[in-house]
Design a protein around this ligand. Structure first.
Ligand SMILES: Cc1cc2nc3c(=O)[nH]c(=O)nc-3n(C[C@H](O)[C@H](O)[C@H](O)COP(=O)(O)O)c2cc1C
Length: 268
């Protein structure tokens, strides 16, 4: 399975067929969840699989806001202990799962969990110390052709927008072409990259007071997704990397992490 290739052929599906996926496909989904990677050791994302999503999405529509309203035959409910960095960690793990599902030909839509823990507990057991972070609606798309994006689908910022400092070596360009396509809440694409030789400082656009209240939690998840896309691309291009913390500051950015790309390509 090639997660990297799926970066270029994944889109959100908003209209699902309400029939269940076949048992074999659901078993494969469970396998993917078991091996989903985690960003930090000791901070594991819990994936609850809601097989009977139909009833849940019908009930949930009253609770969830208009944006979160997606009806699907199945849902993943992602929960986690709310330790520092848990939203980024959820986004990181989730990005791998969503790309792997896409590889199986299963459509997904990441949605914000507009329902609180008490409501969710009617459908699923949630560990006491964990909180709901995200839902992923999944199943077959109503229109099979809608699984993959048409050529002009991605409405994303260009490299000159997201790379705030360069230059970027030619061999690193494909890494940013991949990360550029990461999905984000309201397609806000809050990631920016300051490139210094083989170091990529990853940062999030700081929001004003009001927007910060509304969007910062979601944008932290988006940052985890972007980091996953970047690292998936780095691995696909046979580079190695280190994740390090550096002294990076920018008046309009909140620093997340630095990816140090190691020049020596991995031997095949
Ligand atoms: C953290 C997060 C939350 C999202 N929440 C919702 C949601 O509640 N409802 C929805 O319809 N789409 C939601 N999306 C999907 C985005 O709108 C979508 O990924 C973005 O517009 C880019 O489109 P694409 O995924 O088709 O490339 C969410 C995406 C992310 C990453």
């Amino acid at each position: 399975m090639e997660l990297y290739e799926n970066i270029f052929k994944r889109k959100s599906t908003k209209a699902f067929q309400m029939d269940s996926l076949d048992e074999d496909s659901l078993r494969r989904v469970e396998e993917i969840l078991k091996t989903a990677p985690n960003l930090f050791e000791g901070m594991k994302v819990t994936y609850g699989l809601l097989r009977e999503g139909k009833e849940f999405s019908e009930k949930a529509t009253g609770i969830l806001g208009a944006y979160t309203r997606v009806k699907a035959p199945h849902f993943l409910i992602l929960t986690m202990e709310p330790k520092p960095g848990f939203r980024q960690a959820t986004g990181y793990s989730l990005a791998h799962v969503v790309l792997a599902l896409n590889d199986l030909g299963i459509a997904t839509c990441i949605t914000y969990p507009g329902a609180d823990k008490e409501v969710l507990q009617k459908y699923l057991e949630i560990p006491e110390e964990e909180v709901p972070v995200l839902f992923v609606a999944f199943g077959n798309p109503q229109n099979p052709a809608e699984l993959y994006p048409p050529l002009d689908y991605y409405k994303r910022r260009g490299l000159s927008d997201i790379i705030i400092q360069g230059p970027v070596k030619r061999k690193y360009k494909p890494l940013f072409e991949a990360v550029r396509l990461a999905p984000s809440s309201f397609n806000t694409q809050p990631w920016r990259f300051s490139v210094d030789g083989n170091k990529v400082h990853v940062a999030r656009v700081k929001l004003g007071f009001v927007k910060n209240k509304l969007f910062s939690s979601l944008n932290k998840i988006d940052m985890g997704i972007a980091l996953a896309y970047l690292l998936i691309a780095i691995k696909a291009k046979n580079f190695k990397f280190n994740l390090i913390k550096e002294e990076f500051s920018h008046p309009e950015m909140e620093y997340m992490i630095t990816v140090e790309i190691l020049e020596e390509p991995r031997r095949p």
